[in-house]
Design a binder for this molecule. Structure first.
Ligand SMILES: [Zn+2]
Length: 379
């Protein structure tokens, strides 16, 4: 998943998973009643081993239908169009980094959950919560979330995590002698409770190193699209900005917006990647972070060649800090492509380096010409 709390909280979250699934599946007290309550989608998914769910088209489709039934399918045309557009772009981009993307093509849907999150399960099933599209308007930032999930998918993290849990569940079941619990390698997954734990496990968990790997891959995928790679840092700034706002009450169990060390670390890791991508020419430094009316305000400075370049203003539904990371992304791309060898110029109110737009100034910022002049003096 895209968000997670500190490792120590995972166990509590798994417990929540189990409770949730118990509710989803209306797990009955006896195996006979449980069998009666199973829907066709549940029955279908239980025909397959974890390996089959993960690697075969039939298993993938069983899982796809299972999640669609369990989570609900959102038919909002705008949200579906946005997901389709991003998936199409990212599947192409992932293919440039990792040709195995076509081994089992991804399937995807918008689910009805109103909180902010997304997942990739066994068998390359991607789903984005409906609420994510309400909170994240910018398509580049949405692509970072989905790219992160595809990073998990490409590295087979869902399967690795599920296998590890299967072992634990098996041992726990033996210990507790839960009636009907038989989990054998290659055999179908038995009992509603076990199925629920394993399938939710396949979407909920990532170890810390897996999360880092997925973050890193998301950056690589973004570099193979026309999306702004600065969105990788910008989205984490957005989460930092959202701390303490209404979104917190809508957050899922793995998402804790006030978990600052984690959010800041993930933002800064991307800033470092952007700095390196630019040939160590451009970055953003944090000037201050203060709380104003229970809302946190971050001030940042764009830095070119080690010298202060400019502070951005808030615009387009973004804080000044969030916006600064998009400008950083533009500058990093321009430097990476060598456009800094020619002078910055203004065209139609936008500052350019080569073919790369850098910034269209808004209220509170200098004129485009003044910004171009400053950039030329520093670069
Ligand atoms: Zn993740």
């Amino acid at each position: 998943m895209f968000y997670r709390k500190a490792v120590k909280e995972i166990h509590a979250a798994v417990t929540v998973c189990i409770i949730t699934l118990t509710l989803i599946f209306s797990a009955a007290s006896s195996p006979a009643e449980a069998a009666q309550a199973k829907t066709p989608a549940q029955q279908e998914v239980e025909k397959y081993s974890l390996k089959e769910l993960n690697t075969t088209k039939e298993g993938q489709m069983a899982l796809y239908n299972y999640y669609r039934e369990a989570m609900g399918v959102n038919s909002d045309p705008n949200k579906n169009a946005r997901l389709r557009s991003i998936m199409t772009t990212l599947i192409n981009a992932v293919g440039k980094v990792d040709p195995t993307v076509n081994t089992l093509p991804y399937v995807y849907f918008v689910n009805n959950n109103t909180s902010l999150n997304a997942f990739c399960s066994l068998g390359h099933v991607v789903s984005v919560n409906s609420g994510t599209f309400d909170s994240i308007i910018n398509e580049d930032e949405l692509a970072v979330i989905i790219g992160h999930e595809m990073g998990h998918g490409q590295k087979d993290h869902p399967y690795k995590g599920t296998k590890a849990t299967q072992q634990k569940v098996l041992l726990a079941n033996i210990g507790a002698t839960i009636a009907g619990a038989v989990v054998g390698s290659g055999a179908s997954i038995l009992t509603d409770l076990t199925t629920g734990i394993l399938l939710n496990q396949s979407i909920a968990h990532g170890t810390k190193s897996q999360e880092k790997e997925a973050d890193s891959l998301a950056f690589d995928y973004m570099l193979n699209t026309n999306y702004n790679p600065g969105a990788c840092a910008a989205i984490w700034q957005r989460f930092i900005d959202l701390s303490g706002t209404a979104i917190q009450s809508k957050s899922e169990m793995f998402f804790n917006p006030s978990d600052h060390p984690n959010n800041l670390a993930r933002r800064d890791k991307y800033v470092q990647k952007l700095y390196e991508y630019s040939g160590k020419k451009v970055t953003v430094k944090e000037i201050s972070r203060t709380t104003v009316n229970e809302k946190e305000v971050t001030r940042t400075m764009l830095v070119v060649n080690g010298k202060d370049f400019m502070e951005t203003a808030a615009a387009n539904g973004m804080s000044s800090a969030e916006r600064s990371y998009f400008i950083l992304g533009n500058l990093a791309v321009a430097y990476h492509r060598g456009y800094n060898k020619s002078a910055a110029y203004v065209n139609g109110g936008t500052v350019y380096l080569g073919q790369q737009p850098i910034i269209t100034p808004v209220s509170g910022e200098d004129s485009a010409q003044a910004i171009a002049d400053k950039l030329n003096a520093l670069k």
